[in-house]
Design a protein around this ligand. Structure first.
Ligand code: ZN
Length: 500
């Protein structure tokens, strides 16, 4: 008998507090009334304090030191390792600063929302500056604690994706720029030939809700373990493997938007629903990293969801639902439509090809503000200049520029690169699924369960007990390799656009 059972009450308390905080976050973004925010953020501040106390205290310190020397089961040692990571992440930060930061970010999202709505960067700038200052201060505490002398931004990247740093990402992103920018130029010249007028016709919202519900069910989203609501910015919240929540946003004059965000968030949700019962409600009972999570959502949304095989059994039903709008649109036309690529200003509406350029812009700005002294008032110009350089278009106002994303108001610096890492992971998994289960055949036959069974068995069920590289090499004998993504983009866009 080891000392693990003595740690259990602390783990349970941390989990309970974390669950409560997550529920408040979900509520703030979906159903909470506008004027609740000040009082709610005070409550969240107290719960965060309690979470900190349950994680950082003399008993837990003692138990972690003791357990390191004891014989543990594989699951116990994964949990101890994960707890140690979370512990090392928070411990170097003074508690008063941690609570003040949590209270600040709880309020910042509503300031951001107002600023975005009114195109008022000046309103958000002081809050953003304060958040960045905290992030830099916290990263410096952690760097000192770990004896790390490299760029501070590496510390933030490590929080979302263990093992990735600026050096690896600079190489990865430079390769991506070399691949994507010439493809965007080739594709932009031909894109005008794809008539996508049908997508902007009027689509009844209730019918769209039905379609999203049907799609979620089709890809395996279990409505006895999950709910689907609406929010301005679609997202997924997971409490445990039997309570996973997603949101979608509907637009009257855009059919694709809600469908693909449902498939995307559905991919996140399925990953969480597939986690083993033995792991859920423990520190390892969730997806292994942000990047790997995006790997699942993007696999569903893009590699699978934008393929001809996926729509072969589904498109007739969609046509039937929207007879008037889609009657004359053939499946081939629809496939070209959902894969039409054109430089655009809004990341969440960007197509599969240009998407990573939006990420590279954010990565370069984050790296700059975290590693250097900077002028907060100059960031909108820096943002706009980069859009002009990489995508050839310039935002006309900050709402469609620097104010478009919620992430920085939540303090999520270092998160954006995960989207690009995930996109590359998705292409790698997709390449493997082609040989392992003949994925196109499964899709054409409407056999989505075969795909979920394979993903659950080889990737999802392990939660955080394995890292990104351990999962990929366990499944296909190879670590993270962005070449799959580069090949995928070249092959896909060359084939799609060759007929135009
Ligand atoms: Zn996502």
């Amino acid at each position: 008998m080891n000392s693990f059972n003595k740690l259990k009450p602390y783990l349970d308390k941390q989990n309970a507090l974390f669950t409560a905080l997550t529920l408040f976050e979900w509520d703030n973004a979906t159903k909470a009334p506008e004027k609740a925010i000040d009082n709610t953020s005070a409550v969240m501040g107290i719960l965060s304090d309690e979470y900190y106390n349950a994680l950082i205290n003399d008993d837990v310190t003692f138990l972690l030191n003791t357990l390191c020397k004891e014989q543990l089961s594989a699951l116990e040692s994964s949990i101890v390792k994960e707890l140690k990571n979370a512990y090392d992440d928070v411990r170097p930060i003074p508690q008063a600063e941690y609570s003040a930061y949590k209270a600040l970010t709880a309020k910042a999202s509503s300031v951001w929302q107002k600023a975005k709505k009114n195109n008022d960067y000046a309103l958000f700038a002081p809050v953003l500056k304060e958040i960045i200052d905290y992030k830099k201060k916290f990263a410096a505490y952690k760097a000192k604690d770990r004896g790390y002398n490299g760029p501070l931004y590496d510390i933030l990247l490590d929080e979302y994706e263990k093992g990735f740093n600026t050096q690896i990402l600079d190489t990865f992103f430079n390769r991506l720029k070399d691949t994507i920018i010439p493809l965007v130029r080739m594709v932009s010249k031909k894109s005008d030939k794809i008539d996508k007028h049908y997508n902007e016709l009027h689509y009844d919202i209730d019918k769209q809700r039905e379609v999203s519900h049907r799609l979620a069910k089709y890809i395996g989203f279990d409505f006895t373990k999950g709910v689907m609501l609406e929010s301005a910015h679609p997202f997924t919240t997971n409490l445990h493997n039997r309570d996973v929540r997603i949101t979608t946003a509907f637009f009257e004059n855009n059919l694709e938007s809600a469908m693909f965000s449902t498939i995307h968030e559905g991919g996140h949700a399925l990953y969480e629903m597939h986690i083993d019962d033995a792991l859920t409600m423990t520190p390892v009972g969730t997806g292994t990293s942000m990047g790997f999570h995006e790997g699942q959502s993007r696999l569903f949304e893009n590699n699978i969801g934008r393929s001809r095989a996926f729509w072969t059994p589904l498109y007739p039903q969609l046509q039937e639902t929207f007879k008037e709008q889609l009657n004359d649109i053939t499946l081939d036309h629809f496939i070209l439509g959902i894969n039409k690529s054109q430089p655009s200003l809004i990341r969440t509406e960007a197509d599969e090809l240009t998407y990573c350029l939006h990420i590279i812009i954010r990565y370069e700005i984050e790296k700059y503000v975290i590693n250097n002294d900077f002028d907060i008032d100059l960031l909108p110009k820096l943002w706009n200049d980069k859009y002009e350089e990489y995508l050839g278009i310039r935002p006309e106002n900050d709402s469609e520029g620097i104010l478009q994303d919620i992430h920085w108001s939540c303090g999520d610096f270092g998160y954006f690169p995960s989207y690009a890492i995930g996109t590359a992971i998705a292409a790698q998994i997709y390449a493997h699924l082609k040989t392992a289960i003949n994925i196109d055949d499964c899709l054409e036959k409407g056999n989505f369960a075969a795909i979920n069974d394979y993903l659950k068995e080889h990737l999802h069920r392990f939660g955080k007990t394995k890292t990104t590289n351990e999962l990929l090499s366990g499944m296909m004998g190879e670590n993270f390799n962005p070449q799959y993504y580069i090949d995928y983009l070249n092959e896909k866009y060359t084939a799609l656009y060759s007929s135009l």
